[in-house]
Design a binder for this molecule. Sequence first.
Ligand code: MLT
Length: 264
Amino acid sequence: MKAVINGVTVGYTDQENGTPLVFVHAFPLSKAMWQPQVDALEDTYRVITIDLRGHGESDTVLWNDTLDDYAEDVIGLLDYLGISQAIFIGLSMGGYTLFSIYRNYTDRVQAMILADTRAQADSEEGKAGRRAMAQVAFNDGASAIADMMLPKLLAPSTMEHRPEMVEQVRQMILQTPTTGIIVDLMAMAARPDSTDLLPNITCPTLVIVGEDDQATPVAESQYIAQGIHGSTFVTIPQAGHLSNFEQPATFNQALISFLEKFRL
Ligand code: MLT
């Protein structure tokens, strides 16, 4: 499905019935990464997935977006669908986007699932790394980014023993336009620190992380969970950064237990 949100054509899926669960994807992927959750939850919940601008079926824009713009698109889609409150699930860059949503649209958030993400802004070294990666994307395209990102996204055991999954994730990256990749990198480098937000988060929150996450290691999620009063913290064995995709059964069970615990 497609809708024009904030002047940009945005691709999304919507199951239309039940409590809305809104899934926000990671860098440099698309809503396709949530297929295992769509399959498991669509009969029970109103599952909504969105392609952030510059990804999947959404248009790419050539100006300098921020993660706040991504958050505006998610909220704009909910406005378009007539949804006032939802449960938001964001993984990594999707988690950064959720921090922006919570900061600016607190009342829209019924509950949050922050997966494989971090609260801190980039260090100066991290920002320099983003600029270097943007240059690689500009010079060599998405396939060079796939080579750099796959070992960060997937656990070493997945890289070694699950070639079909590695290929699936590679294909998702290859479908992301170079401009989308570059805009993501600039947007992530410019994102604010969300550490101060953590003690102000009062909605039910689940923090999930793959035990072998190389990109945002377990300690980053522990830090988020310790900062959010009453949050639930779950680690996913045999998963890296893309924990929802590598171990969908365990990830989905953690999600369902959390939703049931809070009667959501
Ligand atoms: C992601 O998965 O969205 C990225 O690894 C996030 C990041 O690079 O900070």
